[in-house]
Design a protein around this ligand. Structure first.
Ligand SMILES: Cc1cc2nc3c(=O)[nH]c(=O)nc-3n(C[C@H](O)[C@H](O)[C@H](O)COP(=O)(O)OP(=O)(O)OC[C@H]3O[C@@H](n4cnc5c(N)ncnc54)[C@H](O)[C@@H]3O)c2cc1C
Length: 485
């Protein structure tokens, strides 16, 4: 067994681990980034297959503005994401053939929504955007949030702005209660639309989602959305190149199986064939994994607050068409007339590669990623995958997203997520966004064990690519502070 000595080991080369490792590399730390998979990116990677590039999971991208997580990362690391802003962030297709366009600007969107649902909603959407921008602004300021002791509190105080109080008051309400305060909760069509939008952005219902998260999720198309040439995995790939350019290695196919504090401030990280000794560890894998490695998990102060019945996994289908679709938006949500068999889901999310993006596939072709949620994880059986695939293809044909036989098609279910990302029960996204879990109750980047830090989408603020990137930035900030003392 090889034993290597470094200052920091970062476990997990998803967006969170890559962000933490890139920032620590910039600050001159000698580190090693480990991942069990054969490529970087985790749920937000792009992999090559049959001459095309396919997305592993994520397809939409926000958070690139200068005060948002990927904007600050780009500035700190002098990176250019080479992103193209989307003119039309998303369209929603209804079973009766109607199409709702989620415009990027507030006023055209309000006009579209009011006309579509036949109800006044201007104040609701104005407040939604205002809350979303407030959440983005506050989460970037409070790098010591959630506080674990009075010292953390003292560090948060200079960042405080009075408008944060207004935001905080919303953290105690569910999204449903907030919608009811605008008297919109009784409009069935509108609520069906809200529930379906929440499912794709916060993986939960309006009753279960905190109003702060709900507003941020619903306003998602109103903050600038981007397309990355070559695929969303370019974020991960650029971060990986940066780390390697600072002479820090990324070791793939290294599944971590043990994590031990060998003395105060000394850690031993173990895979099946190697071990690493270090002064600090950033664990950027789902917290269930970190807990499974520790001899006495209760000492770490980390909580895995999820139960299988509240979790979602994802069914994914990707294909390459020998033609291009006429749609003006790249992202579509399809509302289905009936739930998909065995999924509890009544919608599909469909993302198209940009017609001009010849890095994704041949000119004149298009790569399409389709995903839907898998609920009821306890009763999942592998045979259900074929049944879901058949139903999804039928709907795609019906809604015009598969006008010809694809040149290549493949799909994946719960098992693939367990294997691909090491996630408990194949559960993806969502877990911190429960009404009963307030932002300050989430796992902090800091554990009670000196030198062990956490990042990723099961750690604050952790939802989606920008949330995971911010949790990585927080972990890098905490690690640097620890190593300096
Ligand atoms: C289907 C789907 C669609 C999504 N769509 C969007 C979207 O459109 N926009 C958006 O912003 N977000 C989206 N998300 C969410 C987003 O992709 C994730 O929140 C984010 O990428 C999570 O990053 P992470 O670094 O926390 O975790 P992960 O991406 O899960 O990375 C964790 C890494 O740790 C590694 N690992 C796990 N266990 C071990 C171990 N024992 N040893 C070593 N390595 C290990 C894994 O291989 C993985 O690379 C989507 C997610 C899914 C699943």
């Amino acid at each position: 067994m090889n034993n290597t000595r470094v200052q920091v080991v970062v476990i997990g080369a998803g967006i969170a681990g890559l962000s933490a490792a890139a920032l620590l590399s910039k600050r001159g730390y000698e580190l090693c980034l480990l991942d069990q998979n054969w490529m970087v990116g985790g749920c937000a990677g792009t992999y090559p297959r049959k001459h095309a590039r396919y997305e592993t999971g994520a397809t939409t991208l926000v958070g690139l503005e200068p005060n948002m997580p990927l904007g600050t990362l780009a500035r700190d690391l002098s990176l250019d994401w080479e992103a193209t802003p989307l003119e039309v962030p998303m369209q929603i297709q209804f079973p009766d053939g109607r199409v709702l366009t989620r415009h990027k600007d507030l006023i055209p969107w309000i006009q579209e929504a009011e006309q579509f649902f036949g109800i006044n909603q201007a104040d609701f959407w104005k407040e939604s955007l205002q809350m979303a921008l407030g959440v983005w602004d506050a989460s970037g300021r409070y790098l010591d949030f959630p506080p674990q002791n009075w010292r953390d509190f003292a560090r948060l105080l200079p960042q405080f702005k009075w408008k944060d109080i207004q935001l905080l008051s919303k953290a105690f309400r569910s999204t449903h209660q907030w919608i009811a305060s605008h008297r919109l909760h009784k409009h069935q069509d509108f609520m069906r639309f809200v529930e379906a939008q929440l499912l794709i952005t916060s993986q939960n219902s309006s009753q279960e989602t905190n109003a702060l998260f709900g507003a941020t999720a619903l306003a998602y198309p109103l903050v600038p959305n981007y397309y990355l040439k070559g695929g969303i995995g370019n974020v991960a790939e650029k971060l990986a190149q940066y780390i390697q350019a600072q002479s820090n290695p990324i070791e793939l196919r290294q599944k971590v199986v043990g994590l031990q504090q060998i003395s105060k401030g000394r850690w031993l990280v173990q895979s099946a064939s190697n071990s690493w000794e270090c002064d600090a560890v950033v664990s950027a894998v789902p917290v269930n994994q970190t807990l499974s490695w520790l001899e006495k998990p209760s000492l770490a102060g980390i909580s895995d607050l999820r139960t299988e019945d509240q979790l979602w996994s994802a069914f994914q289908l990707s294909y390459e068409l020998p033609t291009q679709l006429p749609h003006k938006a790249l992202h579509h949500q399809i509302h289905l007339p009936e739930p998909l068999p065995g999924t509890q889901s009544k919608s599909l999310f469909v993302s198209l590669s940009a017609p001009w993006d010849t890095q994704r596939c041949k000119p004149g072709h298009q790569v399409i990623s389709v995903s839907t949620h898998l609920g009821n994880l306890l009763n999942w059986k592998h045979e259900m995958k074929a049944q879901i695939e058949e139903a999804v293809i039928r709907h795609l044909k019906q809604f015009g997203f598969m006008p010809q036989t694809p040149v290549y098609l493949h799909s994946s279910g719960k098992g693939a997520w367990e294997k691909w990302t090491g996630r408990f029960a194949g559960a993806v996204g969502g877990y911190p966004q429960l009404q009963r879990i307030k932002p300050w109750q989430m796992n902090s980047g800091k554990t009670r064990l000196p030198g062990l830090f956490l990042a990723g989408d099961t750690v604050y603020p952790g939802q989606g690519i920008p949330g995971a990137a911010l949790s990585g930035q927080i972990a890098a900030h905490l690690t640097q502070k620890f190593l300096k003392t």
